[in-house]
Design a binder for this molecule. Structure first.
Ligand code: ATP
Ligand code: ZN
Length: 300
């Protein structure tokens, strides 16, 4: 018999830009899961985590209402909901546990081609269409600009052409959607990436421990992505120079080489990508037998 209350429920976007990366992250953290028949949930088989699939906009509410213990969603949605909850006097609020290294985009104000724009003051008295009215309102307040916010639930980029707004405030990553709609990015008002939020309601010690372990593993997974393990032989006399060339490494392990007095083996974890140029510099500095290996797991 599974005790439901001791399992950590995680809300993840059902189908969209964050879905694949979020599931992939949980799998890299060791989670093996089976899909429920209804496709609405995944059940962890080896860890007490269950995944609930929902629309990303519903994730902060589910976590705030303690239906889910954790939620993975963009900072843009988190910030918008946080401001909306605060405006309604709701507290305590869900907690931001950690940011994740995917889902990067920005919330920006965009201007239709041919419309005059000389900076934020050009927004004065105009209509701005957005699905992020709270973040936009804060931005306008901070810049002492009064404008009309037209709140839409989608298709913001066509609002100017439909005559519903003068400007828009929407998510941008490459800018190609803006260009296709003859808009250009004028102001960035929020930088976003995926993040994990946690329920404001205290959880049991067992759940808390599992959440702690998950965040530790996520830290490890994120560090490992760029990390490499370098092994090389170095002349003792060149050790200082070679150590300086190892990108993002802390204390390397230095070992004697059997039968050699002037050379040592150096092993180091480099927390940055290792490029060919680095290897070439190492070689020029006197290193030999250079090996670069991927790092699979790391626990600091
Ligand atoms: P849902 O059906 O879950 O409501 P959606 O259409 O709101 O889906 P997506 O377009 O899949 O959501 O985007 C989900 C999140 O991905 C965004 O809230 C944002 O954090 C992030 N994201 C990254 N790049 C972009 C981008 N270019 N445009 C929109 N969102 C992006
Ligand atoms: Zn959405």
């Amino acid at each position: 018999m599974i005790d439901k209350s001791s399992r950590v429920k995680v809300a993840v976007q059902k189908s969209g830009r964050l879905t694949e990366n979020s599931l992939d992250l949980l799998v890299r953290c060791g989670l093996k899961y089976s899909r429920g028949k209804d496709q609405l949930m995944c059940y962890g088989e080896n860890m007490p985590f269950d995944v609930l699939f929902v629309r990303d906009d519903d994730i902060p509410d589910l976590v705030q209402q303690d239906v889910c213990d954790l939620g993975i969603v963009g900072l843009n949605v988190i910030e918008e909901k946080r401001l909306a909850f605060e405006a309604r006097g709701i507290s305590p609020l869900f907690e931001l546990l950690m940011t994740l290294d995917y889902g990067r985009c920005r919330l920006s104000i965009a201007v239709p081609e041919g419309v005059e724009y000389k900076g934020v003051t050009s927004l004065r008295g105009k209509r701005i269409a957005t699905t992020y009215p709270n973040i936009l309102a804060r931005y306008l307040r901070e810049h002492d600009v009064e404008a009309e916010i037209v709140t839409l639930s989608g298709a913001v980029e066509i609002a100017p052409r439909l005559g519903r707004a003068d400007f828009i405030c929407d998510l941008v990553s490459t800018g190609s959607t803006l260009a296709a709609n003859r808009l250009w990015e004028a102001e960035t008002i929020l930088e976003s990436q995926a993040a994990i939020i946690a329920t404001p309601v205290p959880v049991s010690p067992e759940k808390r421990e599992w959440i702690r372990r998950l965040t530790m593993r996520i830290d490890g997974v994120q560090q490992v992505k760029e990390s490499k393990y370098i092994m090389l032989h170095a002349p003792r006399a060149k050790l200082a120079e070679i150590r300086k060339l190892l990108p993002g490494s802390e204390a390397p392990t230095i070992m004697p080489l059997e039968g050699s007095t002037d050379k040592v083996a150096v092993h180091a974890v480099c927390r940055e990508n290792v490029f060919w140029e680095t290897l070439e510099s190492l070689k020029s500095a006197g290193a030999s037998a250079i090996l670069v290996l991927p790092v699979e797991k790391m626990l600091a």
